[in-house]
Design a protein around this ligand. Structure first.
Ligand code: SF4
Length: 370
């Protein structure tokens, strides 16, 4: 996998392409016994993406990351907050302006088979948005389809074939070609490479990178696999139970995670080198994500956090700036033992749920808490 140059956000100039401010999405969950509960799937989420930037959005299943992506494209209703693309709030526009704005944002899903009509040639599938949204003749559409196929590494003659004639990786290339048809500025990739084997994943990620550079696109790259997200993202935001709990430049977030949840997700990435595995502390989280219709009080992560303190059960931590860039919502930043000069992984956990990786002997004892 090639590594692209990571441009720190402070070196990027101009207004953000996408700006999401305190986005909240709720669902009603009907129980079999007749009651209805409100689930706040996305809770006061704010994020921004610069032109040409990739923001990775990670979290376990049920964290709200996919709903965030869908709400940005207005595929699910927004309860409150704003989503602005190039300064236009998509919640307040209608009709032709909405259609034009929507065509600037496209989505690529995990399963290319279900996003392609099996009875249509891929040329017809890729050309469909052009037929619907642009008044182009047949010849023009064919030329554009062939151009798009070449852009995603397929042959122009592939336009006449059907989805079943392609491998999973090739079908995902077709879906990417269709997403590019209307010249979008933002693509929301929702687990776009998760169903592919590792070498095909790498090829599709490299393709997405090349296309981003060529067309100055921006991506919101949603995935549960942190190893994949690292390779493609300039910045990463981590979601837990509907909240963004940490965000920051990829290098800082992966080398010095500031939120215990980020630390736990990172420690679950397999370390292939046994010498490096020696130094890695493995944080094992107990239990799954709590019931989102009955979230914990205070910090939403406190029921699973190895560093939990009394204050965590009572009050929700505010977002605070992190050394090295980004923000974190954790009381350790303000009320806990000082983190000055130390990473989170130098603090001993308060509970036995976080423990050294027992597969390998450890050379050092973590510093005592406080
Ligand atoms: Fe853990 Fe408390 Fe930080 Fe929440 S606020 S992540 S419970 S230390």
């Amino acid at each position: 996998m090639t590594h692209h140059k990571q441009v720190p956000p402070q070196e990027r100039s101009g207004a953000p392409l996408l700006e999401v401010d305190r986005l909240t999405v709720t669902f009603r969950k009907h129980s079999l016994l007749g009651g209805t509960r409100v689930v706040r799937a996305v809770n006061q989420v704010s994020l921004a993406i610069a032109p040409g930037e990739t923001l990775g959005l990670v979290g376990e299943s049920g964290s709200g990351k996919s709903t965030t992506g869908r709400a940005i494209l207005r595929l699910v209703p927004i309860d409150s907050g704003t989503v602005q693309i190039q300064g236009r709030d998509i919640a307040s526009i209608r009709g032709r302006e909405l259609r034009a704005t929507r065509s600037q944002m496209q989505m690529v899903f995990q399963d290319p088979y279900s996003s392609l009509d099996p009875s249509s040639t891929i040329g017809a599938s890729i050309g469909e948005p052009l037929r619907v949204h642009r008044s182009m003749g047949r010849g023009e559409i064919r030329a554009r389809v062939e151009e798009l196929l070449t852009l995603v590494g397929l042959r122009p003659s592939h336009a006449d074939r059907y989805p079943y004639e392609f491998s999973g990786g090739q079908r995902q290339r077709v879906v990417i070609a269709r997403a590019l048809a209307l010249d979008p500025q933002l693509i929301v990739c929702d687990e776009a490479v998760s169903a592919l084997d590792v070498s095909t994943q790498n090829q599709v990620i490299n393709l997405l990178e090349d296309i981003r550079e060529k067309l100055s696109l921006s991506y919101l790259f949603i995935a549960h696999d942190l190893a994949v997200v690292r390779h493609i993202s300039h910045r990463v935001a981590v979601m837990y139970l509907g909240h963004i709990v940490e965000s920051g430049p990829t290098n800082r977030l992966y080398s010095s995670p500031a939120h215990p949840y980020t630390e736990a997700l990172l420690s679950a990435i397999p370390v292939p080198d046994p010498r490096k595995r020696n130094q890695a502390r493995r944080v094992v989280l107990q239990g799954g994500i709590p019931d989102p219709s009955n979230p914990p009080s205070g910090c939403p992560f406190h029921t699973r956090c190895p560093y939990v303190m009394d204050i965590c059960k009572q009050s929700m931590p505010e977002m605070t700036a992190v050394d090295g860039g980004g923000e974190v919502a954790c009381h350790l930043q303000t009320s806990g033992p000082t983190l000055a000069g130390r990473g989170l992984n130098e603090l001993a956990p308060a509970s036995p749920h976080a423990m050294p990786d027992e597969r390998e002997p450890r050379n050092e004892t973590p510093a005592p808490l406080g």
